[in-house]
Write a protein that binds this ligand. Structure first.
Ligand SMILES: O=C(O)CCC(=O)C(=O)O
Ligand SMILES: [Fe+2]
Length: 355
């Protein structure tokens, strides 16, 4: 797989400063400032399906703290991490998956391999060189968290629960700005807010270990193949190594999301695409392993990232908002229950083989 950085003619990722919505500036910012931010956010998401967000309230120190905890977790010996193992199969999507256990596919990969009759075996030939740890709300009635014993990493659980709550709050601010930008009021606004359930989001900790140049030269490896997320929105923090690439839906080029202090990358996911009848398009994105020739002798450094997946309740039926259905753009999607959609997509997209 080759790394394709931003090339001439490719779009730039817009940066949206959400600070007029933040608690500290809410009283001093004006309605028209907030409206402008909302409209800019909507325009940017309509154009590409992803933006960078600043002014969201998480300070640089707070972001570094989240990345530090992630590193501390993955620095533990494998036998300790395996005390909170992800169960076999895609559900519940909780706990620790060691390197190569989880395999992410795109729908295109699946479609192109279906004819072979053995989709999983064929696609698993190239393993994903990453490890992950999945966390949900402590109030999720469907998927329970799988924690390490407290003695192994004291205060990890407490910290991660607080991070989940913090990111859930920030996602409400994003949705507020989006409602304003789309001009949604009353029931329509309520319907958008239902795409975010405090108890069904997911916090994911990711470690892409360093890879030597020799290993890249000799083996076929992936980090995270191209895929779309199946919730509503994803807010992703990454370390200074960068590596996340998102596809411009028009030019089909992948754009490198340069890491920037204090920003997160926000991408549209499948439920928001269906809700808006395709006005927002779910962003195809990946973390690739570069061409061996472009990798320095020192190899590819380790990388850490922390995505937060904003999602509705599992039993929520996601329907397109009537105002997005017109004669020129008739309804494209049937209403779908979120867990039913997820069970189809996650069967292939997040296949965990931790047995
Ligand atoms: O690590 C990254 O930058 C991407 C993570 C991601 O896309 C995912 O976990 O769905
Ligand atoms: Fe993703």
């Amino acid at each position: 797989m080759s790394q394709s950085f931003m090339t001439a003619g490719a779009s730039r990722i817009a940066t949206i400063d959400l600070s007029p919505f933040s608690a500290s500036k809410r009283n001093t910012s004006t309605d028209s400032q907030r409206l402008k931010v909302g409209q800019d956010l909507v325009e940017a998401l309509h154009r590409l399906g992803f933006v960078k967000v600043t002014g969201h309230g998480m300070s640089k120190d707070e972001i570094n703290k989240a990345l530090d905890w992630t590193k501390r977790l993955f620095d533990l010996p494998e036998c300790e991490k395996m005390k909170a193992p992800h169960p076999p199969g895609p559900m519940p999507h909780r706990g620790y998956s060691s390197i190569g256990k989880e395999k992410v596919y795109s729908q295109d990969d699946v479609d192109s391999q279906t004819a072979s009759g053995n989709v999983e075996k064929t696609l698993r030939k190239i393993s994903d060189f990453k490890e992950s740890y999945e966390i949900g709300s402590e109030h999720d009635p469907v998927q329970q968290n799988i924690w390490l014993p407290e003695t192994i990493l004291p205060h990890f659980k407490e910290y991660m629960n607080s991070l989940y709550e913090r990111l859930a709050k920030i996602s409400h601010v994003v949705l507020d700005a989006m409602s304003l930008g789309l001009g949604l009021e009353g029931e329509a606004r309520g319907a958008l807010n239902k795409l975010m359930s405090g108890r069904h989001c997911q916090l994911r900790l990711l470690h892409y270990p360093a890879i030597s140049k020799e290993k890249i030269q000799k083996e076929l490896l992936a980090r995270l193949p191209a895929h779309c997320d199946w919730g509503t929105l994803t807010m992703l923090f990454q370390d200074s190594q960068g590596g996340l690439e998102l596809q411009d839906p028009h030019s089909k080029q992948f754009i490198h999301a340069e890491p920037e202090d204090s920003s997160f990358v926000l991408n549209v996911s499948d439920m928001l695409q269906r809700f808006t009848n395709g006005y927002f398009v779910s962003a195809l994105h990946r973390v690739s392993v570069p061409d061996p020739e472009t990798v320095p002798e020192s190899g590819l450094p380790a990388r850490y990232s922390v995505p937060f997946f904003v999602a509705p309740d599992f039993s929520h039926i996601v329907e397109t908002l009537p105002q997005f259905i017109t004669t020129a753009n008739p309804a494209k999607y049937e209403p779908v229950r979120f867990d039913q959609y997820g069970s189809i997509v996650s069967k292939y997209q997040y296949q965990n083989n931790n047995s």
